[in-house]
Design a protein around this ligand. Structure first.
Ligand code: FAD
Length: 318
């Protein structure tokens, strides 16, 4: 089933999907179990699970000397994906990133996903390493997401990095990222859309967008994509504002603008609960308008917060 069909056939009847993050290193899966158990049967059309590159960090070793080590804060993407698929029967879309992977390591990860029966992936370049000024690809890896898409398309055609006779063809539907407010390294919307087109031409067939808080940004992006002949589903990514700090952090990290009326409403709140309520109301309004506009489904960046997501579900059930 392609992602559009996953939304159409969602058991809950609601065309919603969610993004889940693996837990921090050393923490178990309790938070994720709590999340899905609290949904009370209202399961999403699919769940995507993020992948986190290892970052260089400084630490003092046993000799009292400073050393740099590689540390992955959130390991376990594959395990979380497998658990959600086999324990909860969910359709799961693992994120696959270029950063930190040689092409052979990407192939190995994709082989594991194939053997476990995953049929969709979200192919991304990955964020730059926190200690580096810009994204530095693995010396034997893919530099941009379109190259990773090409690698997956090759595997779908039974073409692996080494010549293998009678190789098994994988069967991945490939999604990619899109940025309604333009990716930080692109100059303008034209460049952004040209990049989405490059990834679609390479073989991707759906796009999940970065978060935005003003639907007009999405409509402009959608129009520009359609004008370039991109007819793949564009799935809006929606985040719920849950704290006042996010008013500054989200624009800084993601380059996302926040409408003044939303900033004012959040700033007028006296408690965190009030902020959450404003954020939820805004996200529900955004999702309703986008679905009325005709998007195939809406993807929520939940940050594993079941309280927030449950309130969104209740608003829609109502
Ligand atoms: P690309 O499509 O490769 O584009 C990156 C930049 O390079 C763009 O500015 C583009 O214009 C430019 N570019 C692309 N191709 C070329 C080319 N051939 N020549 C010249 N310039 C080019 N990050 C993670 O680390 N883990 C995750 O799980 C994760 N999940 C995400 C989920 C979604 C829905 C989205 C939207 C983003 C996610 N990210 C994640 C963040 C993403 O990895 C970063 O935003 C990253 O900086 C860009 O990834 P991309 O796949 O969009 O990159």
């Amino acid at each position: 089933m392609d992602v559009a069909s996953l939304y159409r056939n969602a058991a809950s009847g609601l065309p919603f999907s969610l993004e889940i993050l693996p837990p921090n290193r050393g923490l178990g899966l309790d938070n994720i179990h709590d999340f899905f158990n609290s949904l009370d049967g209202w399961l999403p059309a699919f769940v995507s699970v993020t992948y986190h590159q290892a970052h260089k960090i400084d630490r003092i070793n046993e000799h009292g000397q400073m050393e740099q080590i590689w540390n992955r804060k959130k390991p376990g993407t594959l395990g979380v994906c497998a658990m959600l698929k086999f324990q909860y029967g969910l359709d799961v879309i693992p994120h696959v990133i270029c950063g930190g992977f040689s092409k052979f390591e990407s192939e190995d990860f994709l082989v594991d996903l194939d053997y476990l029966g995953f049929n969709h992936v979200l192919a991304l370049r990955g964020d730059p390493n926190k200690t580096e000024p810009h994204f530095i690809p693995h010396p034997h890896g893919n530099t941009y997401a379109n190259e990773l898409v090409e690698q997956i398309v090759d595997m779908n055609a039974g073409k692996y990095l080494e010549d293998v006779s009678e190789a098994r063809a994988t069967n991945f539907e490939i999604g990619v990222g899109g940025y309604p407010e333009v990716h930080a390294e692109a100059h303008d919307l034209d460049e952004e859309v040209a990049n989405v087109k490059r990834k679609i031409d390479a073989g991707a067939s759906f796009v999940i967008t970065q978060m935005f808080f003003d639907n007009e940004c999405f409509y402009r992006f959608e129009e520009a994509c359609r004008e370039e002949g991109i007819d793949a589903p564009l799935i809006p990514g929606i985040k719920v504002i849950t704290s006042k700090q996010q008013l500054t952090v989200l624009p800084e990290i993601f380059g996302t603008s926040i409408p003044q009326h939303l900033i004012d409403e959040v700033n007028a709140c006296e408690t965190d609960e009030d902020v959450c309520q404003v954020g939820i109301d805004h996200a529900v309004q955004q999702a309703r308008a986008l679905l009325n506009h005709g998007v195939v489904g809406v993807h929520f960046f939940t940050m594993n917060n079941s309280l927030v997501f449950n309130q969104i579900l209740r608003a829609f059930q109502g």
